[in-house]
Design a binder for this molecule. Structure first.
Ligand code: PNS
Length: 163
């Protein structure tokens, strides 16, 4: 079976990678789909986010990264995806994910499977990591070394700047 792990991944975290790795053990193929959510203020471009995921999942032969344009259910139909996999951290995730799962099922009949995030990573969110990094905090324990380097480069104060 072919599964999809869709998300914004701005940037990909150890929590995302835990879900992707577990999905890769359960399904023959996993597509990680990098979407844009118009409500979000991104730190990285879609191409940068995809490159970070590709680097972090290079050890998983049955995982590939694609860009997600338009509706998730249309992407799933066009790419012969059988199931959507989502990670759940806490109750508020479930409420939103349930609504999306029901909408996607109503639109296309595709099933969504929700995996509980590993307790170790339950507190992680890309939004919070961006906020901490922008304010000068060290986020290296939450992401891969490659992603931490890219965050540092993107959020470092400009040399000689006036701020
Ligand atoms: O990491 P995020 O921001 O929670 O990911 C959200 C994402 C990309 C999974 C979601 O916005 C999505 O599925 N976008 C595709 C557009 C779509 O199908 N929207 C309707 C979902 S019910």
């Amino acid at each position: 079976m072919r599964a999809i792990c869709p998300g914004s991944f701005d940037p990909v975290t150890h929590g995302h990678l835990d879900i992707i790795e577990r999905a890769a053990q359960m399904f023959g193929e996993v597509v990680v789909a990098v979407g844009r959510n118009s409500a979000k203020n991104y730190l990285f471009t879609p191409d940068e986010r995809a490159a970070m995921i590709a680097e972090a999942t290079a050890h998983l032969p049955n995982v590939r990264v694609e860009m997600l344009e338009g509706l998730l259910v249309d992407f799933c139909r066009d790419h012969d995806i059988d199931v959507i996999v989502k990670g759940l951290r806490f109750a508020s995730d479930f409420e939103f994910e349930l609504q999306m799962a029901q909408m996607n099922f109503a639109l296309s009949g595709i099933e969504t499977i929700m995996l509980p995030t590993a307790a170790r990573w339950a507190h992680l969110s890309s939004t919070m990591i961006r906020e901490v990094a922008k304010l000068g905090g060290d986020v290296s324990q939450f992401v891969t070394a490659d992603v931490a380097d890219r965050i540092r480069a993107r959020t470092a104060p400009v040399e000689g700047g006036t701020a």
